[in-house]
Every structure is written in structure tokens, then in C-alpha cells.
Design a protein around this ligand. Structure first.
Ligand SMILES: *Cc1c(COP(=O)(O)O)cnc(C)c1O
Length: 391
């Protein structure tokens, strides 16, 4: 496929996404790409595929390739594979492991990954060691006594407690143990963090979140720095196990990507203003956001994140579960729902959806900030906080 995207390496990332998929409709001349929903591709009278790149829909689809090239370029990787969800992408990374292998995971991260990896490691006899995501040195402590590990996993800022992990340091420690560093870059987004430049070996995304940005597509992606053994296993897993997205979803993802920078920059600016506002309210006990000077890893976040701190923040309401739920319930513009990275602001009481052993406090609310007018969001929070009666 002739493409202006991959040939024009000098373009800024804003330009790469704004022109995503353009000039690929060679037949129709469309500026935007066509959707190809075909699950199978024809062969000629010698049984040779008419287009050698396409044989069957589980192998690939012309639409995946467009999104994959853009994401590989945005993350400074060599290749990308799209998956049917973020969890499918993450599962494919872990499915490259074998019994007896060692992995190092953060003690606190996106709950779905905590739960899935716990079950996976138990059933397939993979040793899982747990470190404190607020201190990359604890990765080293975990690995004392282990000659090698396979994967060190980082999610930063970590959802929903907003710890920041030093990617560069984590990469050095991982490499000293022959392990690969894999970073879940969903919350930071490639707008603010480029893990592969900082030494990571792979990046995973829930493209359901900011990459698509409109809360209407489930998709995931893995981007690799190098085409090594793990990458080949992962590609075989997607090809053979078939956790592929639909062609329409991949097209919507490319459509969403075109506005990635303006959406994420606006949402992040809103989040910083909201974090500052909340930290001054008497009904709020604490605000967890790396953009605040009060965050323990503010300096690291300033160094590691470029131009913003993301759209996700958490805050603790003075009181307990009852007060937190009352605030969430009183909101009118802000919607009570899970997920993040969409254009609309969502609030979630994580304690209610995680199992009893969770370390998420009962009075914590997680805000996934969108791109609405800041004043509307602040006014909504203000009226909702007024339901908390201070003694
Ligand atoms: C949502 C999310 C996932 C899972 O992605 P899905 O697309 O929902 O499967 C993984 N990691 C993080 C950080 C997420 O926010």
C-alpha cells in the first residue's frame, strides 16, 4: 500500500494524526479511507491471492493496517498490532510466557489487569512478584534472588491511585535482569509520554479510552520497539487466536485519532484546573493528580510527561463511602459511569466495583475529565460538594 504516512517521517505527531489514513483510497480518491468489511479475499485462477497482503479477515484487514501504522509512529515503535480490546492486547502479551517464567507487576493498577494476571499466573505456573508503583527501586528489591525475569509491567500514572513510576529507571532494572519492560500507556497517552523513547520495549493501550476518545469503540493495541521473539509469539497469538477488532471499529479508531491532541490537551488542562479547585474545597480531604505540586511524584511527572499530566484524577471526600456516593449522585453534567479518555466527564466510585480486598479507599472518587467547558464542570462539582455537611 503506498502511503504518505510512513514515508513522511519528519511530520510532527499532531500532523501524523490529523492526516491519519488520508490518500489511501486509490480507487475512489477519497480523502478519508474506505471501510473494507470483507472477511475473505479472492484468489486468481492459479489460486494466488489477488492482493498478497490479504487472505482472510482474522489474519488482518486493510483497515487495521492504517491504525497500526499511525500508532507505531506515534509511539516511536517499529510495529503495532491492533486487538479487539485493551484486555485482549494485554492478554496477548502475557500469553507469550511459559510455565516457570517470572513477571514483576505493580501492586496497584487498572483492576482488570490485576485480576486477569493474578488468575493467569496462578493457572499457568508463572511467578508474579509485586512492586510499589510509587518507587521503581522496589522492582529491584522484588528481583533479588531471581536470576532473570521475562516481563516488568508499568502503568503510569496508575489507575486510580495515580502513582507515577519512573519508566527510565524501571527499564534499566528490567534490562539488568534480561526482562522486557512493558508500559500500559493508556492513562498518559502518547501525547504526554513516549515510553519506548524512555527505554521500554513494548507499549500497550486500551484504545477504547483516549486514542478513540468518543466512548464508542472497544479496541486495544500493542506497539513494539523491536521485532524479537516475544513480538513474533504475540503476532502468532493474534493471528491464530483471533482477538481482532472489526473493520468498522478500526475505521472509527482512525477517525477518533485525528483529534487526539486537541482532545487530550483540552481534557488535561481541564483536569489540572479541576484538581486545583478541588484541593481548595473544605469537603475534599485530598486530591491525587501528578500535576499538583503536592503530589509526591510531581517532579518526576514533570520530567517524564511532556506538556500535561493527563485527564484522570482521583479525590477523597471528607467522610466515608456515604459522602462520596452522595457527591457522585448529586452531579448533573458529570456522568456516573466507568471508563476514561472520552470527550465527556465521568465519575466513578471504584470501591463499589472492586472486590472487598481492594486497597482503594471508600471515600475515593475517580474523575475521568472530558472536554466540556471548564466552568460547567466546576459549577457541577461545586453544587455536588455542597451536599456534604461539614461538622
Ligand atoms: C480500560 C483499561 C484497560 C482495559 O482496556 P479495555 O479496552 O477495557 O479492554 C487496560 N488498562 C488501562 C489502564 C485501562 O484504563
Amino acid at each position: 500500500m503506498s502511503s504518505k504516512i510512513s514515508s513522511d517521517r519528519s511530520s510532527a505527531p499532531e500532523t501524523i494524526v490529523a492526516t491519519a489514513g488520508h490518500f489511501l483510497d486509490l480507487h475512489g480518491g477519497g480523502v478519508t479511507p474506505v471501510i473494507n468489511p470483507s472477511t475473505t479475499f479472492a484468489r486468481d485462477d492459479q489460486y494466488r491471492p489477488l492482493n498478497a497482503a490479504h487472505v482472510y479477515g482474522r489474519d488482518d484487514n486493510p483497515g487495521y493496517v492504517i491504525a497500526e501504522r499511525i500508532l507505531a509512529e506515534l509511539e516511536h515503535g517499529s510495529e503495532c498490532r491492533l486487538f479487539s480490546s485493551g484486555m485482549a492486547a494485554i492478554a496477548a502479551v502475557f500469553q507469550t510466557l511459559e510455565p516457570g517464567h517470572v513477571v514483576v507487576l505493580p501492586r496497584s493498577m487498572y483492576w482488570g489487569v490485576t485480576q486477569w494476571t493474578r488468575n493467569f499466573c496462578q493457572r499457568f505456573d508463572v511467578t508474579a512478584l509485586y512492586y510499589d508503583p510509587a518507587d521503581a527501586e522496589t522492582i529491584s528489591d522484588c528481583l533479588a534472588g531471581y536470576e532473570r525475569a521475562e516481563i516488568v509491567w508499568v502503568e503510569t500514572p496508575a489507575n486510580p491511585m495515580m502513582q507515577v513510576t519512573d519508566i527510565q529507571r524501571a527499564a534499566d532494572i528490567a534490562h539488568a535482569h534480561q526482562a522486557q519492560l512493558v508500559v500500559d500507556n493508556t492513562t498518559a497517552t502518547p501525547v504526554f509520554t513516549r515510553p519506548l523513547i524512555l527505554g521500554a520495549d513494548m507499549v500497550v493501550h486500551s484504545a477504547t479510552k483516549s486514542l478513540n476518545g468518543h466512548s464508542d469503540v472497544l479496541a486495544g493495541a500493542v506497539i513494539t520497539a523491536e521485532d524479537g521473539e516475544r513480538w513474533r509469539r504475540l503476532c502468532a497469538d493474534r493471528h491464530d487466536a483471533g482477538a481482532v477488532p472489526g473493520s468498522f471499529e478500526s475505521w472509527l479508531l482512525v477517525r477518533g485519532l485525528r483529534t487526539l491532541f486537541v482532545r487530550v490537551e483540552r481534557a488535561s488542562a481541564n483536569a489540572l484546573s479541576i484538581a486545583r479547585y478541588l484541593s481548595e474545597q473544605p469537603q475534599v480531604e485530598s486530591v491525587l493528580y501528578p500535576g499538583l505540586e503536592s503530589h509526591p511524584a510531581h517532579l518526576l511527572a514533570t520530567r517524564q510527561m511532556t506538556g500535561g499530566f493527563g485527564s484522570l484524577l482521583s479525590f477523597q471526600v471528607r467522610g466515608g463511602k456515604r459522602e462520596a456516593l452522595a457527591v457522585a449522585g448529586a452531579l448533573q453534567t458529570i456522568i456516573s459511569a466507568t471508563s476514561l479518555g472520552g470527550v465527556e466527564t465521568l465519575i466513578e466510585h471504584r470501591h463499589s466495583v472492586e472486590p472487598p480486598e481492594t486497597n482503594v479507599p471508600e471515600n475515593l472518587l475517580r474523575l475521568a475529565v472530558g472536554i466540556e467547558h471548564l466552568d460547567d464542570l466546576l459549577n457541577d462539582l461545586k453544587q455536588a460538594l455542597n451536599v456534604v455537611h461539614l461538622s
